[in-house]
Design a protein around this ligand. Structure first.
Ligand code: GTR
Length: 369
């Protein structure tokens, strides 16, 4: 593990995580760095006209046995005479009518997971459990915002930017930036819903975890960012990790990132950043990182290291980040710092065990009671 030690890393990486070098200027500089070099910049954001409406709202015995209000929400965006819209699904516990509740948004990779009829219930989004535990649950399907294949930047959200179709400047957004933008539109809605108390978590698994992190970093309204098995270009320290590296991910999924990211593939050791700096941008808000023990492509140890090495940034604000320095064994969650963590025995997946731990963490740190 010596390769991971902060003292072995280049100056930008070393410099940020101490009281002396961390300040708001530094944060802005790092955020711009990740925008221009890794995930890409959203062009001309101020020209987007956004309207959000509840298309359908129901409650009653058919909606989670009377325990929840279900809303189907539509986000419509226009720019220069082009339009695009996408839906998301939201359940709010009936109890929120008495006292507003926190919400947790999940980015899902398939429509099946976000089934509003609840005939199909996916382990990756146990909305019934979330509602039973007193939280609102929103689900956004990533491909409703932007396709998860290389469409030459022409479909869905990209339709709004015809000038970039097929000719993306090197620092222009990849799909993770587009998906993160979509998550922030769900935050827009929740921030204005009187049944929600302003505490909002954003969660995602794997590519969704990378996206949740990128959303949380850019959107200060996200109280808690949850990364499940986000691996390479997510929570995992890239240097010396096992499994996937920048070369692999930019070859298999070049459209997730801006073109600039590829230039780091050849020499990760000397790149001026690593993923703990991205996580540090979340401080002093809450972060949760979890991994699966057999997920060698993501590398659980590198994910733990991302959280551990980001941790001093929380100290700058007087909060405990990750309260442990040794990687805990499986099934031994750590919930008492501003960074939550657990490792579970298993393969690359997000399941009810993970969700119950996120909710346990939120019970401790959010205003649920
Ligand atoms: C893999 C990719 C990972 C991870 C994963 C997923 O193929 O290499 O970085 O994002 O997909 O999203 O399940």
């Amino acid at each position: 593990m010596s390769e991971y030690a902060v003292e072995n890393l280049p100056p930008l990486v070393k410099g940020v995580l101490s009281k002396e070098t961390w300040n708001e200027e530094r944060r802005k500089e790092l955020l711009e760095f990740f925008r221009h070099e890794v995930y890409g910049v959203l062009p001309d954001e101020s020209s987007l006209r956004i309207a959000i409406r509840v298309a359908d709202e129901r409650s009653g015995p058919d909606i989670m046995y009377g325990r929840a209000i279900r809303k189907l929400v539509e986000v419509s965006v226009s720019r220069k005479n082009r339009e695009f819209s996408f839906p998301f699904l939201l359940y709010i516990p009936k109890a929120a009518e008495q006292k507003p509740v926190p919400a947790i948004i999940s980015l899902q990779g398939s429509i099946v997971a976000a089934d509003p009829t609840r005939r199909q219930i996916a382990a990756s989004w146990p909305a019934e459990t979330i509602i039973a535990r007193g939280y609102a649950a929103a689900a956004l399907v990533n491909q409703d915002v932007a396709p998860d294949y290389d469409d030459n930047f022409t479909l869905k959200f990209y339709r709004l930017f015809p000038e970039f179709a097929g000719k993306r400047p090197d620092d222009m957004m990849g799909t993770i930036t587009a998906w993160a933008w979509g998550l922030s539109r769900v935050v827009d809605y929740l921030a204005d819903d009187p049944l929600i108390n302003g505490e909002i978590a954003a969660a995602g698994h794997s590519r969704g975890g990378k996206t949740a992190i990128w959303c949380g970093v850019q959107d200060p309204r996200v109280t808690l960012t949850i990364s499940s098995c986000s691996g390479c270009s997510g929570a995992a320290i890239t240097r010396a990790k096992a499994g996937e590296h920048i070369r692999d991910i930019t070859t298999a999924f070049p459209y997730w990132f801006c073109n600039n990211y590829k230039k780091y593939a050849a020499d990760e050791t000397n790149m001026p950043f690593d993923q703990h700096l991205l996580l540090a941008l979340l401080a002093p808000r809450f972060l949760y990182v979890n991994s699966k023990s057999y997920d060698s492509w993501c590398d659980p140890r590198a994910e733990f290291e991302g959280a551990r090495q980001a941790s001093p940034a929380w100290g700058v604000y007087g909060f405990p980040g990750l309260p442990v320095t040794e990687m805990p064994p499986p099934e031994a969650p750590v919930h008492d710092g501003h960074i939550g963590y657990h490792l579970k025995t298993g393969h690359h997946f997000m399941d009810e065990y993970d969700w119950n731990n996120y909710l346990d963490f939120m019970d401790i740190h959010f205003r649920i009671c």
